[in-house]
Design a protein around this ligand. Structure first.
Ligand SMILES: Nc1nc2c(ncn2[C@@H]2O[C@H](COP(=O)(O)OP(=O)(O)OP(=O)(O)O)[C@@H](O)[C@H]2O)c(=O)[nH]1
Length: 186
């Protein structure tokens, strides 16, 4: 069976764990040291409903509220994983600003697949953003939400769910596009 390719970008404030989530998903390991990312691309094959998809993951340089997002973050990207860390209220504020910027660039974000992720859920004593806050924001955006820990993934086991969720969101968006296309043609 042929493998189809989809591209996903991980975005969020510095040090929220974008690289750690990607490496946990692709290599099943956690690296404790912090090495700021410039930009990295990873690949992993993921099976959804019996079909293999080659997922290209763009691990972006951390953004802040003032970042001007490069054009390459908008071109040829099928879906976005927006990450904050639950121990940083600032990162939660930044993820909202990034979403607004995506909205500006993409026009109708309703059709841009997004998954919201609250990472570092193992840091229970340092928590600044409650589960309900993330859930509420995702509901307002009408996107899937989950909390993860790239560090304690053997306990929480939710990292791979991020990527299944974004793939499903991408396929759903494509499905509704196809239906719309059918209407235009008929
Ligand atoms: N406790 C805990 N630490 C984490 C978790 N995920 C990442 N870290 C740590 O947080 C720091 C930053 O992680 P990165 O994955 O480099 O973060 P990033 O978002 O890619 O950072 P930038 O490249 O600056 O954007 C590292 O020291 C990681 O080990 C987690 O789930 N729990």
């Amino acid at each position: 069976m042929s493998t189809k390719e989809r591209k996903v970008a991980l975005m969020g404030f510095r040090s929220v764990g974008k690289s750690s989530l990607t490496i946990q998903f692709v290599d099943n390991q956690f690296v404790d040291s912090y090495d700021p990312t410039i930009e990295n691309t990873f690949q992993k094959t993921i099976r959804i409903n019996g079909q293999d998809y080659s997922l290209e993951l763009k691990d972006t340089a951390g953004q802040d509220e003032y970042s001007i997002l490069p054009q390459s973050y908008f071109m040829n990207i099928d879906g976005y994983v927006l990450v904050y860390s639950v121990n940083s209220f600032k990162s939660f504020e930044v993820v909202k600003i990034i979403y607004e910027k995506l909205l500006d660039m993409k026009g109708s974000i309703n059709r841009v697949p997004v998954v919201l992720v609250g990472n570092k859920s193992d840091l229970t004593l340092e928590r600044e953003v409650q589960y309900e806050d993330g859930k509420k924001l995702a509901s307002a955006w009408n996107v899937p939400f989950l909390e993860t820990s790239a560090k304690e993934n053997q306990v929480y086991k939710s990292v791979s769910e991020i990527f299944s969720m974004i793939m499903l969101a991408i396929l759903r968006a494509e499905g509704s596009d196809q239906k719309k296309g059918g209407c235009v043609l008929s």
